[in-house]
Write a protein that binds this ligand. Structure first.
Ligand SMILES: Cc1ncc(COP(=O)(O)O)c(C=O)c1O
Length: 442
């Protein structure tokens, strides 16, 4: 049992100093990779896997071994979905340019995407990644409010640019958070307060802190399913009071939908919808192109106008015709295959079977989530402390049994259950049954 805090990129990370016993071919591949990528190389698992293809909710390694994917939210409508593949292939053979020409594929997509947002959120800026989207959102918020400060949760991850790394406490190793950042706990009920009350109280305290330091509040930025904090979804609506506190203080709400967006939470296309709040800025990424790299920022026209009056913004690749074709195909597949409803029903079934498992294993501390985004905590049954070692053991044992999964949370003791949305109840049964056997043998 260990309770040290963990950095998100360290969770389930391959340790390059431990290659003894690897088959010679794998040892050679790993050392070539390390030689090329150096210290920045991050691989998963005690023994990394070489992947060669994937389809639906399954991936296949170089030896033809099949793995159930319970980890990847990027190929959200299913790995290599034929309709997305066809749309990308058709467009890449037709026209692929930067974004300074009129193009009907791009226009049709942006209108379709915007039609999924509340009425006031009617402008979109296309980017290539979630990090770029959050970077732009932060700059828009600063210019709109004239303030510099951001409030973030304690194990948040919002991306990799210089600015966004500052609001990603889970990425900071030796460095302390920047002075313009106020860090609050993940949303849980505390000190006799409900989740909604305690989260709003944390936000109010952080605003006072930023004001007393002369920094002021630009925005509260939250991943609306709190993925890297360990998945906090309930009760739906708990973001309302905090949003009011932020708005009364003249700040903005930035909803980072990079993880929960595009139907995952089963309560609409966007995670913020479950909470009945309307953000001022929404950022998107990962599942937007089902693997084609794309991201976006949706906001109110006046916020974007104020930003553009101060600063030019151009993105060579953001929203190019191939990206638009991919993104449009993703939205169509979500509609045609009713994937939001599926995330809701399969997710509810999956959560229930994991909750039943919790009743029979004292090492499971809690099961939380919404739709097909579920967190399962491992704890020491003696004292309830987070059990990172057991999470790591479970992740590697699941891999041995052909199931891919990752961890989350401040201590890396939470299983981050986040499969493609085409996941079935049979897939859920396979996962739950395998985890049950692993815990029985532990
Ligand atoms: C919540 C959240 N926001 C933003 C990002 C950054 O996205 P990207 O890696 O596409 O830059 C991530 C990536 O993991 C994320 O989880």
């Amino acid at each position: 049992m260990s309770t040290a805090t963990k950095e998100i990129l360290d969770l389930n990370r391959f340790d390059a100093s431990r290659t003894e016993g690897f088959p010679p071919d794998l040892a050679e591949r790993v050392s070539r990779r390390q030689a090329a990528f150096g210290a920045s190389s991050v691989l998963f698992y005690e023994q990394p896997i070489e992947m060669v293809r994937a389809r639906g909710a399954y991936m296949y390694d170089v030896n033809g071994r099949k793995y159930l994917d319970v980890y990847n939210n990027v190929p959200s409508v299913g790995h290599c979905h034929p309709k997305v593949v066809e749309a990308v292939a058709r467009q890449v053979g037709e026209l692929n340019i930067h974004t300074r020409y009129l193009n009907r594929v791009v226009e049709a997509y942006s209108e379709k995407l915007l039609s999924t947002f509340p009425a006031g959120l009617s402008n979109v800026v296309m980017t290539c990644t979630g990090s770029e989207s959050n970077d732009l959102a932060m700059r828009i918020a600063r210019i709109a409010t004239g303030a510099e400060g951001f409030i973030v949760t304690e194990a948040a991850y919002h991306g990799n640019t210089a600015l966004v790394t500052e609001i990603s406490p889970s990425s900071l190793r030796k460095r302390k958070p920047a002075p313009f950042v106020a860090i609050i706990p993940a949303p849980t009920a505390r000190d006799g307060m409900s989740v909604e009350e305690s989260f709003a109280a944390s936000v109010a305290g952080a605003i006072s802190d930023l004001n007393s330091r002369g920094i002021g509040l630009a925005a509260l930025i939250i991943d609306t399913i709190f993925s890297s904090d360990g998945i906090y979804a309930d009760p739906a609506g708990f973001l309302k009071a905090a949003t009011d506190v932020v708005h009364r203080a003249g700040g903005l709400l930035i909803a980072d939908e990079v993880q929960p967006g595009f139907g995952r939470t089963g309560g609409g296309l966007w995670g913020f919808e479950r909470h009945g709040v309307t953000p001022d800025i929404v950022t998107m990424g990962k599942p937007m192109g089902n693997g084609f790299p794309m991201g976006g920022v949706v906001t109110r026209p006046e916020l974007l106008k104020t930003f553009c009056e101060e600063t030019g913004y151009f993105n060579t690749f953001g929203g190019n015709p191939v990206a638009a074709a991919a993104g449009h195909a993703v939205l169509k597949v979500i509609e045609e295959e009713e994937l939001v409803a599926r995330a809701n029903t399969v997710g509810a079934y999956f959560r229930q079977s994991l909750t039943d498992l919790w009743a029979t294993h004292a090492e499971i501390g809690e099961v939380r989530g919404a739709g097909l985004f579920i967190g399962l905590d491992f704890v020491d049954p003696e004292n309830g402390a987070p059990d990172t070692a057991l999470a790591t053991h479970a992740i590697n044992q699941l891999k041995q049994n052909g199931i891919l999964i990752g961890a989350a949370g401040k201590y890396g003791a939470t299983l981050k259950i986040r499969p493609p949305l085409c996941f079935s109840v049979e897939d859920a049964d396979l996962f739950t049954g395998t985890l049950d056997s692993i815990l029985k043998l532990h």
